[in-house]
Design a binder for this molecule. Structure first.
Ligand code: UD1
Length: 417
């Protein structure tokens, strides 16, 4: 397994180009199953999660090719309908095939995704939606077996905002007969991006960026060629890299509105931000002020930036409180940050971060994708050498993060396992 070795304390400088958004691309890849033929997607980063989804689609019979950040998915012969345990257990997002397979094949057999390092993550909402659209669901030997004659439009109110269940519902409803009204849906930009793609494919969807979607089913959809939106979580991670290392850097090819909640908090810490159309420059303060955060669905503060923001708060001048209402147990990074001499204690699900003057390098272990990013950020700021093991987690969601950081002047190297 690869490791990162970071010699911290270096100032960063320059600009980093943000890659395409993993969490937008994953559902859009499965949406390609809704049309027969070849769809082409540009601005697709090299990420293990995307390779894994390509693998899932190949198992279903699709032809998937990837070159120079362009991904092509030919679904002409994608007639198989089982996503097996070996793949789904490695990547939860494989559940995104459920809606498209039901819409395309009238049946789907998808392994039940297990828990993961950030806590139990049920799929009950995904299943309820499919049932509401007319599918029959049976759980057998760890598999979800879903069948339907025809999906039929329905009125569905989500009891909880779920990005994944919203995406699955939309993908099933676009080919269902009649009208589907979805209430209390997720408004994350990645959902907006999925809706844009589906509309380009010929779907009829109204209410993008609101919590009510009205979908009028169509008979068929067409393959498309389109560009993927930038990754707001990668963008946020690099802005925090500037703040935590006291460096003036900029990020480009981003959508500043998508990271508004982070920008607001960074300004509260004393950072200045120069916000352009597709670019943000961060000017760090001499002292980082403490800021509390509580994660909620978009447009509030994202759970996927909670760990990275906590890394920043370890060096603030005072005490901050951090709570994740989306995944309350997503706190594995606390113990690892404390190994770097941070001072974080847990009061049930709230992390109480007492800022320290400096962090010091140590050996730490990446536990999940965003926790790994938090450790990289802390390592960049820490005095001395930090070694981060199990960085395969970070390769799931950041395209060559060490290369991008090296270009900014960081002393970080990958040691091949
Ligand atoms: C997606 C993102 C993930 C992000 C999360 C929240 C992808 C591939 N992943 O995950 O990076 O952290 O949104 O922004 O896009 N829940 C249920 N039942 C369900 C589904 C969800 O109770 O059937 C709960 C979850 O446990 C969680 C909350 O709903 O507490 C929100 O989860 P959800 O938005 O569904 O997360 P994912 O789509 O899995």
């Amino acid at each position: 397994m690869d490791k990162f070795v970071i010699n911290g304390g270096k100032k960063l400088t320059g600009d980093v180009k943000i890659s395409g958004a993993k969490n937008a691309i994953l559902p859009i890849m499965t949406a390609a199953l809704l049309a027969k033929g070849k769809s082409i997607f540009h601005n697709v980063p090299h990420l293990n999660d995307i390779k894994m989804m390509a693998h899932v689609l190949r198992v279903l019979g699709a032809r998937v090719e990837y070159e120079n950040e362009t991904l092509s998915i030919d679904t002409t012969y994608a007639d198989y309908y089982e996503a097996p345990y070996e793949l789904v257990s490695k990547m939860r997002a494989s559940i995104y095939v459920l809606g498209p397979l039901l819409a395309r094949c009238g049946k789907a057999r998808v392994s039940f995704p297990g828990g993961c390092a950030i806590g139990t993550r049920p799929v009950d909402l995904h299943l309820k939606v499919m049932e509401a659209l007319g599918a029959k669901i049976e759980i057998e030997h760890g598999y979800i077996n879903a069948t339907c004659e025809n999906l039929k439009g329905a009125k569905i109110r989500f009891e909880k905002v779920s990005v994944g269940a919203t995406a699955n519902a939309i993908m099933a409803a676009v080919l269902a007969s009649g009208i589907t009204n979805l209430y209390n849906v997720a408004k994350e930009p990645e959902i907006g991006s999925l809706i844009d793609c589906l509309i380009l494919m010929g779907a009829k969807i109204k209410g993008k960026d609101t919590s009510h979607l009205k979908i009028t089913g169509v008979k068929e959809l067409q393959p498309i060629e389109t560009e993927m939106m930038p990754d707001r979580i990668e963008a946020g991670t690099f802005l925090i890299a500037g703040a935590i290392t006291g460096s003036r850097i900029s990020i480009s090819n981003c959508v500043p509105e998508h990271i508004q909640s982070l920008s607001d908090r960074l300004i509260q810490t004393g950072c200045k931000l120069n916000i352009g159309k597709r670019k943000v420059e961060i000017i760090p303060p001499s002292k980082i002020l403490p800021v509390n955060i509580v994660t909620y669905p978009y447009p509030d503060f994202p759970t996927d930036l909670q760990a990275q923001f906590m890394a920043l708060m370890t060096l603030s001048e005072g005490e901050s409180r951090i709570e994740d209402t989306i995944f309350p147990d997503r706190l594995m990074h606390v113990a690892e940050l404390n190994r770097l001499d941070a001072d974080i204690s847990l009061e049930k699900h709230v992390a109480v971060v007492s800022g320290v003057n400096s962090l010091s390098g140590a050996m730490v272990m990446a536990t999940d994708l965003r926790a790994s990013a938090a450790l990289v950020l802390a390592g960049l700021a820490a005095e001395g050498e930090t070694t981060i093991s199990r960085i395969y987690h970070i390769d799931r969601g950041y395209d060559k993060i060490e290369v991008k950081l090296q270009k900014l002047g960081a002393d970080i190297v990958r040691i091949k396992g």
